[in-house]
Design a binder for this molecule. Structure first.
Ligand SMILES: C=C(O[C@@H]1C=C(C(=O)O)C=C[C@H]1O)C(=O)O
Length: 371
C-alpha cells in the first residue's frame, strides 16, 4: 500500500482509540503496523503467542501483547520525502533537575564503593508540552531521521502512547539462531566514528558483555563474540559487541528473556541489587522505558537463494519463526498533551556526576529535537 494510505489507516484507527503499533526495523525500508481489532488488553505470560509485545522495565509486571490473529497487518515502503525535521534546541538548563540527578549519581557511586553493586543505570524523565494530535507527524519525523534505529509508535487506550527510536536489540531469534548485543558507553558524535574510548566506557561495556555471555552459556550451544565496534545512534556513539549462538533445545523465548532482561545496559550489576536501588531512589516510575518491545513468533517464508538459476530450489524454501525484540530507549510517552522523555546512563566507580548529567541531556535530544 502507499505511504499515504498506510498513514490514513493508522490515523483512522487512532481516532477510534483502538490499539496499534507501527514500526520500522533498523536499516529497513518497510514500515509495518498491527492494528488490533478491539480495545481489549491482552497479555502474554509464556511468550509462545504470535504478535507484538510491549514489556515494562519491571520484569514481574505484565507484558502487553497485540495478538497477530486479532490484528490487521498493513505495511508500506518508507517515504523519506514527507517531512522536514530537526529544530535547534535552546539550551536552557533545568537546574533543580540537574542538582537532583547529580545527587543521585553521587549516591550511586557511594553504593558502588560500598560494594553493593558494580554498575547501576540512573535515569530521569523530562517533560515538554506536546499536542497529542502531532503524534503521527512525530512518528514520521523519527522515521525520516533514524534509519539505523528501530523506530516505533505504540498505542493502547488502556496503557498509553509511546514513541521511540532505539539502537539496542535485546534479542533476535530466527529458528534456533540467536543474536543479541552488548551496548554501552556513550560519547557525542562529532562528525567521525573513529574515536578513542576511555577505560571507564570500555569497562562499563565489558561488564555488559560478560553478563550476557555468562547468562546465556547454559542456553546456547556455541557462543560467538563479534568485535567491539563504535556505532552511531543519532547524535551519539556507543560501544557495541554482537553476541550470537545456537539455542539449545527446550530453551524457549521466555527463558532467554528472563535471563537477559533487564540487562546491565539498562539496570546494573548485580541485577537485583541495582534494580532495588533504582526502584527505591529514582523517584519516578520508568514504566515501559528500559523495557522491551517487538515481534514474537512471526512466521516468515525464507527463500534459500535469490540467484535466478536456483529458482527451483526456492520452492523448497523453509518457513522460519522469528522473534526480534528491542530495548525501549530514546523514547517518550505522550500523556495529557505532554511528552515525557526518558533518559539514563550507566554509573560505575569512575563516573563523573556532571558528565553523567550531560550524557542524559545529549540522549534527550534524540527525540526532543523533533518535537
Ligand atoms: C539507558 C540508556 O542507554 C543505555 C546506556 C548507555 C550508557 O550508559 O552509556 C548506552 C546505551 C544504552 O545501553 C538511555 O538511552 O536512556
Amino acid at each position: 500500500m502507499t505511504s499515504s494510505v498506510f498513514f490514513d489507516q493508522l490515523a483512522l484507527h487512532f481516532d477510534k482509540q483502538l490499539p496499534f503499533v507501527a514500526y520500522k526495523k533498523p536499516n529497513q525500508l518497510e514500515v509495518k503496523a498491527m492494528l488490533q481489532d478491539s480495545n481489549q488488553l491482552h497479555f502474554t505470560t509464556n511468550f509462545e503467542d504470535s504478535g507484538f509485545v510491549f514489556s515494562p522495565f519491571k520484569n514481574e509486571d505484565n507484558t502487553v501483547l497485540f495478538p497477530l490473529n486479532k490484528s490487521q497487518t498493513i505495511s508500506c515502503l518508507h517515504d523519506s520525502t514527507t517531512v522536514d525535521s530537526k529544530k535547534q534546541l535552546s539550551s536552557t538548563i533545568n537546574l533543580s533537575a540537574k542538582a537532583k540527578h547529580i545527587k543521585l549519581v553521587e549516591q550511586a557511586i557511594v553504593e558502588i564503593e560500598n560494594g553493593r553493586f558494580k554498575k547501576v543505570v540512573i535515569s530521569r524523565v523530562e517533560t515538554e508540552t506536546f499536542p497529542e494530535d502531532n503524534t503521527l507527524l512525530l512518528f514520521k519525523k523519527l522515521l525520516a531521521t533514524y534509519k539505523t534505529a528501530m523506530v516505533y509508535c505504540w498505542y493502547h487506550p488502556k496503557v498509553g502512547l509511546w514513541l521511540g527510536a532505539t539502537p539496542e536489540t535485546l534479542l533476535k531469534v530466527e529458528g534456533n539462531r540467536f543474536l543479541t548485543m552488548s551496548l554501552a558507553g556513550t560519547q557525542q558524535y562529532k562528525n567521525t566514528v573513529d574515536v578513542q574510548w576511555q577505560s571507564k566506557e570500555q569497562e562499563e561495556q565489558q561488564l555488559v558483555t560478560d553478563f550476557i555471555v555468562g547468562s546465556l552459556e547454559s542456553s546456547l550451544s556455541s557462543i560467538n563474540l563479534g568485535t567491539t565496534e563504535t556505532i552511531k545512534a543519532g547524535n551519539l556513539l556507543h560501544l557495541q559487541t554482537k553476541i550470537s549462538g545456537l539455542l539449545k533445545p527446550k530453551n524457549g523465548l521466555q527463558s532467554v528473556i528472563a535471563k537477559l532482561h533487564p540487562t546491565p545496559a539498562v539496570c546494573g550489576l548485580p541485577k537485583e541489587n541495582a534494580k532495588q536501588f533504582i526502584l527505591k531512589n529514582e523517584g519516578y516510575n520508568r514504566e515501559y522505558y528500559t523495557g522491551f518491545l517487538g515481534e514474537i513468533n512471526i512466521k516468515q517464508a525464507k527463500t534459500r537463494n535469490t540467484n535466478r538459476r536456483n529458482v527451483e530450489n526456492n520452492a523448497y524454501g523453509s518457513v522460519k519463526t522469528i522473534s526480534h525484540l528491542f530495548v525501549n530507549l530514546r523514547c517518550l510517552q505522550i500523556k495529557d498533551n505532554q511528552a515525557l522523555i526518558y533518559v539514563g546512563g550507566g554509573i560505575t566507580k569512575d563516573s563523573i556526576p556532571e558528565n553523567e548529567w550531560e550524557e542524559t541531556v545529549a540522549k534527550s535530544k534524540t527525540v526532543k529535537n523533533l518535537l
